[in-house]
Structure formats: structure tokens, C-alpha cells
Design a protein around this ligand. Sequence first.
Ligand code: ADP
Ligand code: ASP
Ligand code: MG
Length: 386
Amino acid sequence: MSIVVQKYGGSSVADVEKIHRVAAKVVATRERGHDVVVVVSAMGKTTDELLGLAHAVDPSPPRRELDMLLSTGERISMALLSMAIQKRGVDAISFTGSQSGIITNDRHFDARIIDVRPHRVEDELARGRVVIVAGYQGMSYKREITTLGRGGSDTTALAMAAALGAEHAEIYSDVDGVYSADPRVAPDATHLPELSYDEMQEMAESGAKVLHAKAVEFARQHRIAIRARSTFLESGKETVVHEGVEPGEQVRAVVGQKGLARVSFDDGGEKVGFALGHLRKAGVVSRDLRTADGRTELLVVTAQTPDWEKNAKALRADFGATIEEGFGAVSAIGGAGDPALALVETLAGEGLAPTELIVTPVRVTVVLPEADTDAAVRAAHARLVG
Ligand code: ADP
Ligand code: ASP
Ligand code: MG
């Protein structure tokens, strides 16, 4: 019997009524004759609320305890979904990440999956049960509970799919796939029926939260297709992320990201090396490290760094860093015709002056004041994709 791995995000299990609707979808899949593994996220905004609680106690909470706290969100939804499925007369069992055999490194809050040993999952499937796996969490080789970074339930789904030999993973959320920009920001964004792993990973790393970057990386490594679909919208659309999609002439998508802090060092010497070592060890999430004229700069993604306050202090005091907060970034992904000039011109025409331009072979990124991010996404999308 073929194995289907389905992942339902937070908005899909936000309340009891939705949990029952998801249970009905799972049961229907089971009745089509598949073995079904379901990965769930925490209900609605639970993870944000738990993070808020932690920050109310300590603005830079210890990451180990944060993981103990945050991992409870998915425990709630996995148990409730299992109950809802069993109520429909179908046998089901829920497992935490550690029970599912998800082994990670010891980087709390942003752990990486290093192995999956899904023996209990396989045993329960063999008994004819639907298995519900708590997303976003695992256990380190030191036997500590870890979480996989915000949005990490997608990665749980791809890791389970790879370990169980599934051909694809179905990722259900409140959108019927990946669009050429976040449809909440750019309402005229167009649906993308397929994307290459490269393009999707670049989008995710640039801040598109529709799929988790590490999930795409997993999918690419194990050659598993990702099918992004809507849980409740019956549009019939989906986005398939897989191999062999030719890069297009035109820009594929425009992605915005907020909450960036610019960290710079005046000299490119030894001190910078130590500072970068500190950032890596502390688990500070950053992007676009670059050096020019002896100056080193990078962008810290503060929303993914729960103890940013403490780290910012250390960077200033111990490593002489200059830190400016309140930036956003807008990235144009793909496009053979070097979209840098068109992007800068468009933004200038709208009075949205970028403070910086970063060009890579697959993306052009502008850094600008955070408050201008959404307007810049709309303008860039209209000019480069629309
Ligand atoms: P879930 O909680 O189900 O994991 P997420 O909120 O993580 O769902 O991801 C879905 C959201 O991603 C959408 O509601 C949408 O606003 C946002 N999003 C950002 N960029 C894109 C994009 N390019 N295409 C589609 N959705 C996007
Ligand atoms: N619940 C976690 C989060 O909000 C993981 C996820 O939803 O994928 O980040
Ligand atoms: Mg998500």
C-alpha cells in the first residue's frame, strides 16, 4: 500500500471545527486505501502566544526551556486530531517528534534533523493505524527536546516522507499553492503550478513563509516532490515543487522579509571572525554576509532569533559591532535578464529608496526601511512579474 504523508498547518487546525474537517480529509485518504501519516502544526497562533509568554518572563529566554515550552503546541493538536479521527471509527495514534524517531543536532530553537528512525511509526502503520506526528520538533542526540525553527513542521513532513519512502509530501495550508508574491501583500500575485527546488529554496530563504527552507532542502536531497495545496479551498490548484523545471526568462517571484537588523564591523580582521563564530554558536539566524572595502556586514533575521536582545548586547560590547534595526528586504527570484536595474529604477520611481543592493546569480535583493517593504513588494511585482 502506498504511503501518503500530509501536513496540516496552524490555520488548518485552528479550532475544534477545523480539526474535525481535517480528520474527515484524513479519513477519506485512508479510505482510498493509503497508509497515512499526518504531521500537524500547533493550533492557530499557539506558537506565537507561547513565545510571547516566554518573552514576558525574560526578553532573552534560555533556548532549552523555550523548546520545552514551544514543543507543547504541537502536542495539543496531535492529540486532538487523533481523537477526532478515532471518533470517526478509524484507528489512529499520535506521537511526539522524539517518539517518531526524529533525531536532531543540539541547536535549540533552530535544530537540524540529522536522522529519522521511524520504527514506531512503521509498526503502527502495519497495524492499520493512521499515525499523527507532532510537527516542528525532535530530540537531540543528547536526548533533549528541540524545535526546528519557525515554520518547521513542513520539514518534519519531508523528513518523514523521506524516511518512509513516500513519493511526495502534501503540505496543506490556507493558500492553494505558491504564488509569484505573498497574495496577502500583492493581491494580483499569480499562481505558480510548478517550481524547481532551487527557486523554492531561494524564495523560502528570502523570507516567503509558505514553505520552510529546510523542508525544500530535504525534498531536493531525497528527490521527493512537494505538493502545496489548500486545506479548505476547493480551487483544484496546487504547486508542485520538483526537479526539472526550466529557469524562466522572467523573474519568477518577489519576496519580502521584515524584522531585519543590519550588523556591521568596521574592520575585516580577526575580531570579525570571532564575532561570526559567536553568532553561529549562539544560533543567531542571519543572511547575506558580505565584505567590501574592509567592512563586513550581515542581516540578522530577528524574528527567528528569540534571544536577539542578549546577542545584540554581546555583539556591541565584545565585538565592536554597529547595529541598526528596522530594515526589510525585497528579493526578486530568478529571471535571466538581470533584473537589478529594473528593480532599483522601479523603487526609485515610487520614492522607495533602497539602502543597499545585493546581487547573486539567482536573486536580486534590496534592503530598505522595514515600513516600505510591502509597498516595494507590490511595485517590484507589478514591474518584474505582473
Ligand atoms: P501554515 O501555518 O499552514 O504552515 P503559513 O502561514 O506558514 O501556513 O504559510 C502560508 C502563508 O504563506 C499564506 O497565508 C501566505 O500569506 C504566506 N505566503 C508568503 N509568501 C507566499 C507566496 N509566495 N505564495 C503563497 N503564500 C505565501
Ligand atoms: N508551530 C510552529 C510555528 O508556528 C511550526 C509550524 O507551524 O510549522 O512556527
Ligand atoms: Mg508554515
